[in-house]
Every structure is written in C-alpha cells, then in structure tokens.
Design a binder for this molecule. Sequence first.
Ligand code: F6P
Length: 513
Amino acid sequence: MLPSWRRLEALAVDPPSIPGSFASDPSRPSALTVSASLGATDVLLDLSRQHVDHEVVGALVALADEAGVARVRDAMFAGEHVNATEDRPALHVASRGAEGADAAAVREARASLDAALAFADAVRNGTERAADGSRFQSVVAVGIGGSDLGPRLVHGAFGDGALECRFLSNVDPAAPSAALAGLDPRTTLVVACSKSFGTYETVANVRAVAGWLAAALPDPSRHLVAVTERPERAAGAAGVAFGRTFSMPVWIGGRFSVSSAAGLAAALSTGTDRFRGLLAGMRATDDHFRSAPLSSNLPVLLGLVTVWNRSFLGRGAKAVVPYSDALAGFVPWLQQVSMESNGKRTTADGGTVRTDTAPVVWGGVGTDAQHAFMQMLHQGTSVVPVDFIGVAGRGPGGDALFANLLAQAAALAFGRDGEPHVACPGDRPSTVVALGEWTPAGLGVLMALYEHSTVVEGALWGVNSFDQFGVEMGKRIAGAVLAEIEGTSPRGGSDAATEATLDWYLLHRGSAS
Ligand code: F6P
C-alpha cells in the first residue's frame, strides 16, 4: 500500500469538520480555492466546503504523485496503449490537437474531424443540398451512449436553431415518430453515429428513419450520412446506403468522442465556429492538465477529492448540480464518462481493486434540484458530496441562479439549529466549479475538466478507464431474450426469472405496432 494511502486512511478516521475548519481558519476560502485561466475562460475550483484541510490536500497530492497520475497522463497523451485490455491508446486529446499528443494521431484525428466540420459548413451554407436541390432544414441524429450524449449536450447548450436538430437514441417504439414529428423528409438530413455499428438500438433506428426517407425520396442516400470507426460495416449493418461516411479513430473511446467526428451532429446544430470554440476550450484544459503542477492542477484536484470522498470517507454517491438550463445534458453525459470509465472492480493488470471505485454519479439542474432532491441532501441520513457548477458573466439575470447555488452550498456546509424536524446537520461537503463566462469554450473547459478528472480517478484506483466489458453481457442477454419473444429461438433458453417474467410479458405483449 502506498505510504500516502496509509496516511489518508489515518486522516479519514477524523476528517476536518467543515464548520469547525472555517471557524478556526479565516484564510480557508482562499487557501482551498484554485482559479485558472484556461484559454479565454476563467475557472474557479472551490474545495473549501469539502472535508479537507492543508494536511489532507497535501496527502492527496502526494498520493497522486506516488500513484503515478502524471505518468498515466503523459502516457495517454503520448499515445501509449493505456487501454491495455483492448491494446490501444486513448487519444481523444488528439482531436483537439493538444500539445504533447502523439503527432500522427493528431494528424489522423484532425483529418477526420475536419472532413466532418467541412460537411457541416456545407450543409449550413447551402453548398451541400438535399436530393431535390433544396437546402436541408433539419437534422436527425441517430446514436446512443457516447454517440449521443456528448452531441446532445453541446446541441442543448449552443444549438443556434439554424437547423432543427432532433436526437434519436432509444428503441422505444414511440421514439422514431417523436424524433421525426413535423419534419419533412425532403429537407431532412440523418446523421447515423455509431463507432461500432454493432449497437442494436442505433441500427434499428437507422432502419426506421431510412424507411421514412425512402417513402418520400427515390434515393435517400444523399440524406443519410454515417460517422463510424467501421465504415465497411455501416451500410451492411444498417441495410442502407450512406451518401457520406465519416471516420473516427478506434483509439477515441465513445464516451470521449464528442470532440471527434462523432460530434458532427453537434457541429451541425451549433455551427462550426462555436464547435471550434468548444474544441479550443477542451484544448486549453488539455494543456493545463498536461503542464500544471499536481497541487494546482484542476482535473487532478477534482479527481483527488472524488477519491477522498469515495475511497476514504466511504461516500457511495456524488451529486452533480449544474446551475444552468443549458447544461441539462451535462449529468447524463458525465454519468457515462465517469461510471462507464471507472465502475470497475478489476485493476488494469487483472487484479482485484482494494477499495471502492466510481461513486454513483447523479444529479440534475439547479434550481430545479432544490425542488426535487435537495431535501435528502440537507436532512437525510446519507452524506452525498455535491459538485455545484456555476456560470458567471451572465449579468444581473444570472444573479438569482448563482445566489441559489451559493445558498445550497452554504446550507449543506453550515446547516442550522432548530427543533428536530427543522434542524439541518450541516457539515455536508460540496465543491463549487464556476466558469467566468458562458461560451462554447467554457463548455469545452468543463467537459475536458471532467474527462481528465475521470482519468485521474481511474489512475488512483488502478483501473482501466477506457474499456467497458461490463456492458457486453446485457447486450448478449437482450439478444437472446428478444429472439425468444420474436419466436426465432425456443422458449426456456433464459434463466428462470427471465422465463417467468417473459410468460407475463407475452400475455400482455399486445399487438399494437
Ligand atoms: O454503452 C456501451 C457502448 O459501447 C458505449 O461505450 C458506446 O458509447 C455506446 O455503447 C454506443 O456504441 P456505438 O457508438 O458503437 O454505437
């Protein structure tokens, strides 16, 4: 066990009280707040309302040093096969052209991204037109997981409405018609994004939307483009002809792929100037992550505090509450980035982890969260650390939102006395991450900050943050169960629980198409 791990275990026995620490150290706010200018974006990371003090933070930074976080980071940038189980690099930073990223990878990633962005420009400026010569008016983005959540987040934050953009991810029978409602196939472009083109949901939805196009267009291929790492597989898998296919490198993980050609739907929605702004913010954060000392490295500190709360203080969950409607897509995106990366129990070298790993990441937008789940965080029996995300630079109109963010952090930290039903215990931890302005670059900073803090956490837990074997089992079982439902496989092939519930389902299956 690393010396600093042992030290932190000792410190975790009696962690600093938040109210007590503020009472005894007036310099606490400034001492435990780091600010940085990442590109054009000022960022604040305020850890003063966490159960940490100088000693804890010092031991955490020592842990990052002893655990080789910098080595893992540098190996990732250099294109080493940090994704050991799949024997490949993890080079999402290459698509941002980050300093220190493997040069060949940067060239490849940028070439595929530039092709996608050029297409987005052509669609938006009318150079690329629909089959009948009219301009495209709408986009339907088909994809799921990393092929959906990042583009959907960026669209929700900075989509400019020049194109009506819809997102279709689930195999809910109502999903295609909901996504296509009110759209005209003659002016609709479908972007099918699937790194593998082996995802049942995406293939099914591509077929559904292609059928919708074909009903109105003699040759729908001009209205169908694919983004994939498997171009040779795309057309066959979906049973459609794609007019264009954009590649993405195999060494950019799906959940880290928004800054690659997989971000095409986002670029169509926001315009490539804003999308390039997003990339610039990500690039600035990449450079900061690669070069800042561990003790003032924002992704490192954010990751260390997650590990402190999870592995030393035993907090099984982490709430993330962005105070901005534009960040409605942030928590779903982060859930995949964090929990699909670090929700593991096996170390990268095949051993068994000796501590709890990824917390359950959940949350929602503030101030709505205050009217949904914050009650439990104030007076419940579980202590749930919160990452509050705030945006400044919005003028007086942003005051109430930011005031509410600060109020929630204060109430959690300091609580209040009163009769039992009213009293709030306080001493409940939170981090404040604040952006100095709300721009595409600021969103890029925020996304890269959490991408990299996830990698820091994985390095500290010793897991491979870049594979996701845990999701394969469910896919296999679903295929077998569906075959039983559809009658292409005999009943009885599944476990007893599944067979029993299937009996009920088949009685209630109905015939509605
Ligand atoms: O959730 C499993 C997963 O493989 C994710 O890692 C990925 O982002 C998603 O499914 C979609 O995969 P694809 O882009 O290959 O369709």
